[in-house]
Design a protein. Structure first.
Length: 432
């Protein structure tokens, strides 16, 4: 693998992958710790904070709201201002490419007695925000969005009231926005999930002093809690590890050890899928830190059966489906999934982008409105990959290149900085 111009990478087939990998802090948890630390009382010190551009966008927005933040390498110190200490920004808050930033911060801003405007890059400006604006409007916030409910978002907050909200679509970001808004309400705010989503927000809220209730499908938060600053440690990002898990399984003779990966049970659908399929992924050295499970993963190359992904697993795999589609080409039966229309409105139309780039590599793939069917036992060939400005598409097809004949060029490769700045260097190291 070598640099090709300023924005492209060339990736060739690997004979094996070997070594150890330590991942940057989990993006999802880093966002949440930073936001809660900002509205807590006292200082929080967050270790192994995500190096991603998305999480830096969250820090930048919080600074614009008057929060003092110091960052040195992977340690972030945040001087919390309490629930009522944020200041009106002097200009738009730029969430960059980060859907987590714009959606979850909308919950906090809905509780503020001032006007805020949230903007994003070209990709984020095409993503739907109605799903978060609707429940926050029911709580009393006033929202204005651009055409089709997309950013920029203008929020007039304050004077919220509690609601009980049944989630129409599974979304941890929307659930989190409602719970964060609920902190500024007298009384109890409830969210009802038909399909469980990642619960990092609930865990972090409890850790920092909020009163959280869970009963069957309902999560509740009692408002006006006094949150306290903490010393926090972020586990390694499982969504980043997913690319190396898949690569280790499909590249022959591979032997990888992935250290300190977050293994929250609401995030491990990937392992629940791959292990019964024949994936040799072993969890070792489990421990609990700040209410979050983490451990090491030992990955060996494997013969994988493939098959159909059960629809109940799909919401928990939404970020991993692009690289799982690549994996499908190397399985016995191929891979099919439905119920993933959400992928149409991510950083790119990920279903279309995956199908297009698999075909560029000579693969057989069928595209549905809400999923894909990828044939198994396919020989891929090197090609020029267009990630459509999407970090997960770029990384998924770098993994595909490891088992393709010839050389693959990943255009616009710098997009990986959004979530995993050292991705190509790490891949090169374990590929020898």
């Amino acid at each position: 693998m070598s640099l090709f111009g300023s924005k492209s990478k060339k990736v060739s087939a690997a004979s094996r992958l070997e070594g150890t990998v330590q991942f940057g802090g989990d993006k999802s948890i880093s966002h949440r710790y930073a936001m809660l630390a900002a509205i807590a009382n006292g200082e929080s010190e967050i270790h192994f904070f995500s190096p991603s551009a998305d999480c830096q966008s969250t820090l930048n927005c919080l600074k614009s709201l008057g929060v003092k933040i110091e960052r040195k390498d992977n340690v972030v110190k945040i001087a919390g201002v309490g629930l009522d200490g944020l200041r009106a920004p002097t200009g738009p808050l730029d969430a960059g490419n980060s859907g987590s930033t714009i959606r979850m911060l909308s919950g906090i801003l809905s509780g503020q007695p001032f006007r805020s405007v949230l903007v994003g890059d070209e990709s984020l400006s095409r993503r739907p925000m109605k799903r978060v604006a609707d429940p926050l409007t029911l709580m009393g916030a006033r929202f204005k969005t651009a055409d089709k409910g997309c950013p920029p978002i203008e929020i007039e907050g304050g004077n919220l009231h509690s609601i009980r909200y049944e989630m129409p679509v599974a979304s941890a970001q929307v659930k989190s926005a409602i719970l964060l808004a609920g902190l500024f309400v007298e009384g109890q705010t409830e969210v009802v999930e038909k399909v469980p989503t990642r619960d990092h927000t609930e865990i972090a809220l409890e850790l920092m002093g909020a009163d959280i209730g869970r009963h069957q499908q309902t999560i509740a938060v009692r408002g006006r809690a006094r949150l306290e600053g903490k010393k926090l440690y972020v586990p390694g990002d499982l969504s980043s590890a997913a690319f190396f898990i898949v690569a280790g399984l499909i590249v022959p003779n591979s032997n990888l050890m992935l250290h300190n990966v977050g293994l929250n049970p609401t995030r491990t659908a990937l392992l629940d899928l791959l292990v019964p399929m024949g994936g040799r992924v072993k969890v070792v050295n489990l421990e609990m830190l700040n209410g979050e499970l983490l451990g090491d993963l030992h990955v060996d190359s494997s013969q994988l059966a493939g098959g159909e992904i059960p629809q109940e697993l799909v919401p928990g795999l939404i970020d991993e489906l692009p690289v799982l589609s690549v994996l499908g080409t190397q399985t016995e039966q191929g891979l099919t999934f439905r119920g993933a229309a959400e992928l149409r409105v991510k950083e790119s139309d990920r279903l279309a982008a995956v199908a297009e780039n698999l075909r560029r590599m000579g693969a057989e793939v069928e595209e549905f409105p809400d999923g894909l069917r990828v044939a198994g036992r396919q020989k891929l060939r090197g090609a020029e990959i267009d990630p459509h400005a999407d970090h997960r598409i770029a990384m998924a097809f770098a993994v595909a290149a490891l088992v393709a004949e010839g050389t693959t060029t990943i255009k616009d490769s710098s997009r990986v900085d959004i979530s995993f700045p050292d991705f190509f260097e790490t891949l090169q190291r374990v590929a020898g």
